[in-house]
Write a protein that binds this ligand. Structure first.
Ligand code: GDP
Ligand code: MG
Length: 462
C-alpha cells in the first residue's frame, strides 16, 4: 500500500467563460486518463470559475488553501525568503478580489465534503491548462509538492511510448523545449563566476549555462534526427520478421483494456517479476503459433497542444511498422466517426497507408439493439466487441489469427532425427497441424508464412 500512497494526484482546472461545464468535465476526464497512464491515482480535484487561466497562481487564495489540504502545503505563494516582485504581487492581489467575485459557492460545498483524509494525500498536482514558468513556481510554492501541467503530462507519456530512434529524438526535443523556460537557478542564487575551461562563459550564471547546454543538446538532436532520414526500408524489413498488430484510436476507446485482455498483462503484472517489463508491446497470450505481437499506441488526445503534434506522430512509428492495424473506437461515443476520420488521416500522414486494417467497434455492451443493428448496417465489415466479453475476445483472436493464416501456406516437412535442432525453430515460428514419428525421424504438417517456410527448408537442405 505504501507504494500507491506515493502516487496520488490532485487535478486543478479553471473554467473560463468560454468553456461550458460539459467541456470542462470531458477535459478533466481525459486528463484523468492521461494521469492514470502515468501511474497516478487521481484522488481529488480543485476547480474554479475565473475570467482567465493566466492569474499569477492560477487559483485564487481560497482555492489555493483548498489545494493545500490535499497536498499538505502552506496554501500561500509568498515564502519567508522570497516575496513576489512588485508587478506579480499586484496581479496576485487582483486575483484575490477576483475570487470573491467569481468563486462558486456550490464548489465550496463540494470541497468540504471532499476534504481528504490522511490516507488520501496527493504527492503531485496536475493542472489542466498550460502553465507559464512563473505560474508553475507559484503553484508549487503554495502546494508544497511538484506541479505538472497538461503539456508536461503528455510529454511524459510520449516519452514512454517512443520506441524508434526517430521517435525518441523527437520527444526529447519536445521535452527540452518545454523544460528550457522552466529551468530554475539551482544552488546559491545568481552568483557569477569567471569563465573556466568548458564551463561558464564570463559573467554567465549557472542558469544561463544550463540553458546554453539545452540549446546545444537540441541542436545535436535535430542534426541526428535529420540524419536518420527515410526509415521505410527498415520498417519493411521489420514487418517481414514479426507479425505485429497495432491498436490505434482516441484515448478512452478501450485500447489498453483490449491490450490487457489479449496479452494477459494482468496475469504478468500480478507477478512482480514482470512488473517492470515494457507493456506497450507484448505477445498475444495464451501464445499463438506463429507468435503475434500486439502494440498499444499512446492514443489520440482531443486537446493535444500544438507543439506536441510532431512528437505525437512520431510515437505512431510503431503502428507504421505493423502488419495489421486495429482501429479501435468507442461505438457508444457520438463523436466516434469524426475521431475515426482524424485517426485515418494522421496514420496516412505517418506513412501507414499500405497496412491492412480492421475496424473494431468497441463497448457494444453500451449500445441498444437498434443502435447496434444500425451500426452493423453502416459498418458491415467492422468487428463488434466488448472488451468485457470473453467470447468477443476469443472471436477477435481467431479473426486476427485467421487474417495472418490467410497469407500462409500449409506444407509437409520431413525432419530426420539428425536435424532435430530445427524442430525448436519450427515450434516457435509455425503452427503445427500434425506430426508423425517413424524409424528415421518425423513428418510434420505446418502452416507458416512463406518467408519462414523457405528459411526452414534451406536449413533442412543442409
Ligand atoms: N462499457 C465498456 N467499457 C469499456 C469497454 N472497454 C473499455 N471500457 C472502459 O473504457 C475506459 C477507457 O478504456 P482504456 O482501455 O483505458 O482506453 P484507451 O484510452 O483507449 O487505452 C475504461 O474505463 C474502460 O474500463 C467495453 O467494452 N465496455
Ligand atoms: Mg490507453
Amino acid at each position: 500500500m505504501s507504494k500507491s500512497a506515493q502516487s496520488n494526484a490532485v487535478l486543478v482546472a479553471i473554467r473560463t467563460p468560454r468553456v461550458t461545464a460539459e467541456e470542462l468535465d470531458s477535459s478533466l476526464q481525459e486528463l484523468t486518463r492521461l494521469v492514470k497512464t502515468l501511474g497516478y491515482t487521481v484522488v481529488g480535484q480543485v476547480t474554479q470559475k475565473r475570467s482567465s487561466d493566466k492569474y499569477a497562481a492560477v487559483l485564487g487564495q481560497g482555492k489555493l488553501a483548498e489545494l493545500a489540504l490535499w497536498t499538505g502545503g502552506s496554501g500561500k505563494v509568498e515564502s519567508a525568503f522570497e516575496r513576489p516582485k512588485h508587478k506579480a504581487a499586484s496581479k496576485f492581489e487582483g486575483a484575490d478580489s477576483d475570487l470573491t467575485e467569481e468563486s462558486d459557492d456550490d464548489e465550496a460545498d463540494d470541497t468540504i465534503e471532499a476534504v481528504p483524509g490522511p490516507r488520501e494525500q496527493a504527492q503531485i498536482v496536475i493542472v489542466d491548462c498550460d502553465l507559464s514558468p512563473s505560474q508553475l513556481k507559484n503553484l508549487e510554492r503554495a502546494a508544497g509538492v511538484p506541479v505538472l501541467d497538461r503539456t508536461g503530462v503528455i510529454i511524459e507519456i510520449f516519452s514512454r511510448h517512443a520506441r524508434t530512434r526517430a521517435a525518441r529524438l523527437q520527444v526529447e526535443i519536445a521535452r527540452l523545449n518545454y523544460l528550457a523556460p522552466r529551468l530554475r537557478e539551482t544552488g546559491g542564487g545568481s552568483e557569477r563566476q569567471g569563465g573556466g575551461v568548458g564551463g561558464k562563459g564570463a559573467g554567465e550564471t549557472s542558469l544561463e549555462l544550463d540553458k546554453r547546454r539545452i540549446r546545444d543538446r537540441m541542436k545535436e538532436l535535430r542534426a541526428e534526427l535529420a540524419a536518420i532520414g527515410d526509415e521505410h526500408q527498415t520498417r519493411r524489413a521489420r514487418r517481414e520478421h514479426e507479425l505485429t498488430v497495432a491498436l490505434v484510436g482516441y484515448t478512452n476507446a478501450g485500447k489498453s483494456s483490449l491490450m490487457r485482455a489479449m496479452t494477459g498483462i494482468e496475469v504478468l503484472v500480478a507477478d512482480k517479476l514482470f512488473a517492470t517489463l515494457d507493456t506497450t508491446i507484448r505477445p498475444l497470450y495464451p501464445d499463438t503459433r506463429p507468435k503475434v505481437l500486439m502494440s498499444d499506441t499512446v492514443g489520440f488526445i482531443k486537446k493535444l497542444p500544438h507543439d506536441l503534434v510532431a512528437s505525437f506522430k512520431s510515437t505512431l512509428d510503431e503502428a507504421a511498422c505493423a502488419s495489421l492495424l486495429l482501429f479501435v473506437v468507442d461505438a457508444s461515443d457520438p463523436s466516434f466517426r469524426s475521431q475515426l476520420d482524424v485517426t485515418r488521416k494522421v496514420l496516412a500522414e505517418v506513412g501507414a497507408t499500405d497496412i491492412p486494417s480492421l475496424l473494431l467497434l468497441n463497448k457494444r455492451d453500451r449500445l441498444g439493439p437498434e443502435e447496434l443493428a444500425a451500426l452493423k448496417a453502416e459498418y458491415p465489415d467492422a468487428f463488434f466487441l466488448s472488451t468485457r466479453s470473453k467470447d468477443d475476445l476469443q472471436a477477435l483472436r481467431e479473426r486476427i489469427m485467421g487474417y495472418f493464416e490467410s497469407d500462409m501456406l500449409d506444407e509437409e516437412l520431413r525432419i530426420p532425427f539428425t536435424a532435430q535442432g530445427v524442430m525448436a525453430e519450427i515450434r516457435a515460428k509455425m503452427r503445427i497441424l500434425s506430426e508423425a514419428y517413424d524409424a528415421d525421424g518425423l513428418t510434420v504438417r505446418v502452416r507458416s508464412t512463406p518467408e519462414n517456410l523457405s528459411a526452414i527448408k534451406k536449413k533442412l537442405a543442409h
